[in-house]
Ligand binder design. Sequence first.
Ligand code: G1P
Length: 292
Amino acid sequence: MEKKIRKAILPAGGLGTRFLPATKASPKEMLPIVDKPMIQYAIEEARACGIEEFIIITGKYKRAIEDHFDSAFELEENLKRTGKKRLLEEISRLNHLNFAYIRQKAAIGLGHAIHCAKPFVKDEPFAVLLSDDIIDPDTVLLQHMINLYKEFNSPILALQQVPIPDINKYGVIEGIREKGNVYRINNLVEKPRLTDAPSDMAIIGRYILTPDIFEILEGIGPGKGGEIQLTDALCGLLKKRPIYGYLFTGKRYDAGDKIGYLKATIDLSLKNSQVSEQLKKYIIEVAARLKN
Ligand code: G1P
């Protein structure tokens, strides 16, 4: 029988090398987009889908993530005293959620990070959210994947078509269309060479997985880049059960990359009533300047 998705794993143990020097001593996941750290967007996305427990896989220099999701007594008291009600609400909104932190001893791959969560997940299906993939908060992706999990009782991966020159940055699938935007997957390759890509459908950072993935993760060795790859484990799981992909056509930003991060910052600022009008004016000004 299918079970409710109550838990989410958020790997955050990576080194964030694409943002050096900013990430030398602070977590990439804490880089702000408008006024919230990147990882908070993923937490709020999962929360909106009824996820109750958040398992964050951390590493060295990642302590700020724990502090961010903890209550902040002194700050809260100060905001109360000074009558800053809106800010108080904003910083305490997530206080009631349950967080668990597991320290990944070495950044040796996404598959390894997921495996670290095994004692907390036990025998339940769970969601995985990679926080540097920012999904437009006005679209519904994760909820859709949860519904598909209920329908197929199988792991569901989020997919997006990407331009072929970018395909070697992703796990790539080969699949047959089952219905609408749903594909039954028959092969997966982690970061293929451009000429070896089985399709232009890339896995993006949202997964609904079943606990049988842990056993497979235990049995696989290092893959692409010498890391324990989740994609390789999914390839192993495919021999035992069907896996489906949901082709997402909405907006997603690779905020782990400088240009994706800047695009996310601009688009999400344009959705933020505090800054959107002024930013719009400024963008028009900049566009005019660049034309001349
Ligand atoms: C990871 C996965 C890859 C997936 C990507 C999505 O790669 O290994 O399969 O396509 O996330 O963002 P990373 O971006 O960590 O190199």
